[in-house]
Unconditional design. Structure first.
Length: 244
């Protein structure tokens, strides 16, 4: 069954928990110090009853009080075009478009992956895909520790070394595949396919029936891989942020 956009957006709000949130007339304000627009932005999930201008002003004041700028995550939900029009008048610009792709089934061929606990997975993730800021690892650990839904963490290992990693989160019968990464020098060797098939098989064991993942619109290589594995475009989401 194809999931409605609103249900998918609700699920995505759950799989990367913020440190703090406010639900205000159908809008979810997510606050997390640093690094990710995803969980430090406003998600207008429902239209609500209050005037848009006053709701936007309320959101801007909340983020300003926390020393942060106010971004909005928009998609094809009702009312989002009107929100974007008002934000554009206030000097906001569109940024970072991503596609949510969906798969009608989680049935997949058997594939060998190594399951890990969260801390082991994070250690591997930051070892094979290092970042400049040493605090990001602790930040990511704090975010994932807030996850209330069942999750799986996995890597593709060869001779004791990890070459690819990813995780999944299940909400009901929907499996969301996240944080996929393969070492660049080992891409196009089937590791990404192996990883996704393995996560799908685990989801099938756990009771999932359908799957989704998100990918940056400009990442054509990853999109081609996901299409080959049966994922199809479901909708586009993007952020509207203050112009620098």
């Amino acid at each position: 069954m194809v999931k409605p956009i609103r249900l998918l957006e609700e699920t995505y709000a759950n799989i990367m928990p913020p440190f703090e949130h406010i639900l205000y007339d159908g809008w979810l304000l997510r606050f997390t110090r640093g690094y990710a627009t995803n969980n430090n932005s406003v998600w207008p999930l429902y239209e609500g009853d209050l005037p848009l201008e006053s709701k936007i002003a309320f959101c801007e004041a909340q983020y300003a009080a926390r020393g942060s700028s106010c971004g909005f995550r928009l998609s094809g939900l009702p009312g989002h075009k009107a929100i974007e029009a008002l934000l554009t008048e206030r000097g906001y610009i569109s940024d970072n478009p991503n596609l949510v792709m969906a798969r009608a089934s989680v049935d997949a061929p058997e594939a060998s992956i190594t399951e890990l606990i969260m801390d082991e997975w994070l250690e591997i993730a930051f070892r094979i895909n290092p970042v400049d800021d040493p605090h990001i690892g602790d930040w990511k650990r704090q975010v994932l520790a807030r996850l209330a839904l069942p999750g799986r963490y996995a890597a593709v290992m060869r001779d004791g070394e990890a070459y690819a990693y990813g995780r999944s989160v299940r909400q009901g019968d929907l499996l969301c595949i996240e944080d996929l990464w393969t070492l660049p020098e080992f891409r196009s060797q089937g590791l990404g396919t192996q990883l996704i098939h393995g996560l799908l098989r685990l989801g099938l064991q756990d009771g999932a029936e359908t799957a989704c993942l998100a990918v940056n619109e400009s990442n054509t290589g990853a999109r081609r891989l996901y299409e080959r594995l049966g994922f199809v475009d479901r909708y586009l989401y993007y952020y509207v942020i203050p112009e620098a």
